[in-house]
Design a protein around this ligand. Structure first.
Ligand code: HEC
Length: 151
């Protein structure tokens, strides 16, 4: 009886230790977090690009969800550039210019969030391509200055 209790207390402790290890792995650091956010942005942008290229039909529900995902993810992304995250590991494609122009970087992020919210509000197909132009331009404006090309 008593040894049974001890055993379960011990497995509870081991279980908690495993749970906290897992939690650490899930939020590894700001570089992983911001890359994760940008991956979500890229995926949502892919859905919009499919509509733009007429590979998928215009669907206001898809447009709303993708626009909202981009807006939320860029908002979170913005907070993942502490001073000590200029270099990895893991490898980062963020340019050091971000930290010397943080106001401009944040302004470009805000502009992208705005364009994504405007995209989320599109309900008429006629308004889709202009919104797409604004949104795509907002990604490019930041990447041009603040992201090293991947290859
Ligand atoms: C305010 C600046 C900024 C804006 C706006 C921005 N990005 Fe990025 N993006 C970055 C930076 C910086 C990185 C590199 C992050 C790193 O490697 O640490 C990046 C990385 C990425 C990646 C690669 C993610 C990975 O690690 O595999 C994709 C895809 C991407 N962005 C898509 C987009 C799209 C699509 C938009 C517009 C809807 C957008 N980004 C808007 C700055 C921005």
């Amino acid at each position: 009886m008593i040894s049974g209790l001890k055993f379960s207390a011990r497995s509870l402790v081991l279980g908690l230790a495993a749970a906290s290890l897992f939690a650490t792995a899930a939020t590894a650091g700001p570089i992983e977090d911001r890359q994760e956010d940008m991956k979500k942005v890229g995926k949502a942008m892919g859905q919009l690009a499919a509509i733009a290229k007429k590979e998928a039909a215009f669907d206001a529900a898809v447009v709303k969800a993708a626009g909202e995902t981009i807006a939320e993810s860029v908002k979170e992304f913005k907070n993942d550039f502490p001073e000590d995250s200029k270099d990895g590991p893991p490898e980062t494609w963020a340019k050091p210019e971000i930290w010397s122009n943080m106001d401009d970087f944040n302004a470009k992020a805000d502009k992208s969030v705005e364009a994504a919210m405007a995209m989320a509000a599109v309900t008429e197909e006629a308004n889709f391509m202009p919104a797409m132009g604004e949104l795509g331009g907002s990604c490019k404006a930041c990447h041009e200055n603040y992201r090293r090309p991947k290859n």
